[in-house]
Write a protein that binds this ligand. Structure first.
Ligand SMILES: Cc1ncc(C[n+]2csc(CCOP(=O)(O)OP(=O)(O)O)c2C)c(N)n1
Length: 371
């Protein structure tokens, strides 16, 4: 056989080129200075302060939820401290008519979308009243199945488009979720139909104990957008202004009919994965924690606001006290909510006829529970 030397294919060069394009977007540096004026969002002083208030309030909620869980007064809880900029910055870019499809860690976005805190606590306890959202609140209950919300978001977004509504559907998953089949199916379907969706990957470096580098060989998670034919962006998830602006622009594109965007927020959860026994010291070092705490979203934004004369210790204490009061009242109300019964569970599952075997059990419980 004649020996002919073939030209090497240059797909590696293409890959390297693509990967090099996904650079981290930032607005604030660690000292709260604006380092990217062109990207600075157009927010009023009142809005900037409101964003900080929400982050401070949510940090207190996280601390109190952890202790309530330890006292046995809450059920499922996935800590949020460290992820406030990623969660609340993206949420702040939304409008009331937009739909949120959260994961289990995204309860703060639901609260700021209008979910009463009492209901959030009841959801944590597994009480069905916690999943009955107020009329007109556009959100689904937090998804526990990793990645499933990505497929659902493609569907909700397509529905909004078909109805001609000026609204988007936003969803959140973690770095682990970006390895799921549902993740790829969701972004691909939404892309093909130019559905007004915003897909957020909150990359907090770990899927429980599995590190980010075991999820994929891809340099960034945002570059997964390329295969779906949609724009993707990596943003500093500890920088609330950068997350807000990236999400706002993604929303604008979606509303204009230009389809979905994939946003990767680089963030960190300070606490355990959930309160169900995870011990992060087994897979993270205190140096890792210290590195990320230096980037803390509240510290950074506080410095920015203080330099503008918009924030001080007194304001911060006020918000913290308000949060504690809100939490105290909400947990009291949750405690006063009648316990759910087995028969109620069956009733809310079926609006019509129940299957015969269930009906039989239902009658037994109904009888028992009426005493
Ligand atoms: C389909 C599915 N597989 C496995 C699990 C168990 N599980 C719960 S949380 C989790 C890790 C998810 O990590 P990541 O997506 O990075 O999100 P994070 O919790 O860090 O926000 C796993 C594997 C699940 N809930 N659903």
């Amino acid at each position: 056989m004649a020996s002919k030397k073939q030209a090497p294919f240059d797909a590696v060069a293409v890959l390297n080129e693509i990967e090099s394009k996904f650079e981290l977007v930032q607005v604030l540096d660690l000292d709260g200075n604006v380092v990217n004026e062109a990207f600075m969002p157009d927010l009023t002083d009142e809005q900037l302060v409101e964003l900080m208030e929400r982050m401070v309030w949510t940090r207190v909620l996280d601390q109190r939820s952890i202790s309530l869980n330890r006292q046995g007064r809450l059920g499922f809880y996935a800590p949020t401290a460290g992820q406030e900029a990623s969660q609340l910055g993206s949420h702040y870019a939304l409008e009331k008519e937009d739909w949120i499809l959260p994961g289990y860690r995204d309860v703060p976005q639901l609260i700021w979308q209008g979910l009463p805190l009492t209901k959030a606590f009841l959801w944590s306890r597994g009480h069905f009243v916690g999943s009955q959202f107020p009329e007109g609140m556009h959100a689904l209950a937090p998804q526990i199945i990793i990645g499933a919300q990505y497929v659902q978001t493609a569907g909700v977004a397509l529905g909004l488009k078909k109805r001609g509504q000026q609204a988007v559907a936003i969803t959140y998953t973690g770095d682990g979720g970006s390895s799921q089949g549902d993740f790829y199916e969701g972004i691909n379907f939404a892309s093909a139909f130019k559905a007004p969706a915003i897909f957020v990957i909150q990359n907090n470096n770990y899927a429980i104990s599995t590190p980010r580098d075991k999820q994929t060989a891809a340099k960034t998670l945002a570059q997964k957008s390329v295969a779906a034919g949609i724009p993707g962006i990596v943003v500093d998830g500890m920088d609330v202004l950068a997350v807000y602006e990236v999400t706002r622009q993604a929303r604008e594109r979606a509303i204009a009919g230009d389809g979905p965007t994939l946003i990767e927020t680089m963030t960190y959860r300070y606490g355990p994965h959930t309160m169900a026994g995870d011990d992060p010291t087994r897979y993270r070092t205190s140096d890792d924690d210290a590195e990320w705490i230096k980037k803390d979203p509240l510290v950074r934004f506080r410095k920015f606001l203080e330099a503008k004369g918009l924030w001080n210790e007194e304001k911060e204490n006020e918000v913290m006290e308000r949060a504690k009061e809100d939490i105290k009242n909400a947990i009291k109300e949750a405690d006063a909510t009648p316990k759910q019964t087995v028969s109620q569970l069956a009733e809310i599952m079926y609006s019509g006829e129940m299957p015969a075997n269930l009906k039989e059990q239902y009658e037994i419980y109904k009888e028992k529970e009426s005493k």
